[in-house]
Design a protein. Structure first.
Length: 314
């Protein structure tokens, strides 16, 4: 019986599938190794983050008070009612005002402060620790502290105004509708000033000092160097700071709840406090969940927008 030897072309044709199969096996093994390390974190993230988010969307489509054994399906009625709710729209407007005031008080002033500290030769660590210290304090403690500062009778703000002869400017800062929101924003920005400062200081360390030396040779002054070198070089850091300020402005709850609980007459109400009241004071759990979903959509959209703008500039 004659045996037929395979041609070289047939041998190559048989080898290629085997090499591809080995390659796929190696990739599968590597993927399994990676997943084995990521599995615990993915499991915890899925249980405590993804599942509650998905379940919140489901719950927002029902009418439920949090205790009844039955849940009535209402579809998007909760969302429609929220958009017709004057208090919710007012709280959303307060969030937007909080964002604007926070950006004004944080983005550029903190950068200027970071530049000044970076030029200090002696005691730089002291200034870093001093400004960062409020960031490690609980927001509940910050709220109690600033409530004492704004006290209309014994608070340091009004006492100082009276001592310098400006009694007419003394106010019940947390009790008047035109001052309560700015007062809360100032307290909130103070609590996180040091955190943003550290971000800027880290970004300043990555700037090549030869660029500043070349600008000085060309006759550029401090202001010109700040706007032409510092700000463009910290573009990514600025993007991170702005995005964090915006996200915190929409998510802020503890400070407002400790200091005013949304008063007086809803003048410091924000979405998070209104959602909390709707769920636990009015027993409108599904309605409150719909408000939380809308707040989450706003925050996620802004985060994606900031990341898109940063990648587009890069």
């Amino acid at each position: 019986m004659n045996s037929v030897n395979p041609s070289p072309a047939q041998s190559m044709y048989d080898v290629k599938p085997r090499m591809q199969l080995r390659l796929w096996r190696r990739k599968a093994k590597r993927l399994l190794v990676v997943l084995s390390f990521l599995a615990p974190a993915l499991l915890l993230y899925g249980i405590f983050m993804l599942y509650p988010m998905i379940d919140a969307i489901r719950l927002s489509l029902f009418d439920w008070d949090g205790a009844s054994p039955t849940m009535n399906f209402v579809g998007v009625d909760n969302y429609i009612n929220l958009l017709k709710d004057g208090i919710f729209l007012q709280s959303l407007l307060h969030n937007l005002v909080w964002v604007v005031i926070s950006l004004i008080l944080v983005v550029i002033p903190t950068l200027v402060l970071a530049v000044m500290i970076s030029k200090v030769r002696v005691g730089k660590l002291f200034f870093r620790a001093g400004f960062y210290l409020p960031s490690v304090i609980s927001l509940a403690v910050v709220g109690v502290l600033w409530a004492k500062i704004y006290d209309p009778l014994m608070g340091p703000v009004n006492v100082f105004l009276q001592q310098i002869g400006l009694e007419s400017l003394a106010r019940n800062w947390l009790g008047e509708e035109w001052t309560v929101l700015p007062a809360l924003v100032i307290a909130g920005t103070w609590a996180f000033y040091g955190f943003y400062l550290i971000l800027y200081l880290a970004g300043l360390q990555n700037i090549d000092h030869s660029v500043y030396e070349a600008a000085e040779i060309d006759g550029a002054g401090p202001i010109r160097k700040f706007f032409s070198i510092t700000i463009p070089s910290l573009r990514n850091t600025l993007n991170v700071v702005i995005s964090m300020v915006v996200i915190y402005s929409f998510k802020g709850f503890a400070l407002i709840w400790v200091m005013t609980q949304g008063g007086p007459f809803y003048k410091s109400e924000v979405v998070s406090t209104y959602v909390y009241k709707s769920a636990f004071s009015m027993n409108k759990v599904s309605y409150a969940t719909a408000g939380g979903v809308l707040l989450g959509i706003i925050v996620i959209t802004l985060t994606i927008l900031f990341n898109y703008l940063r990648e587009r500039r890069d």
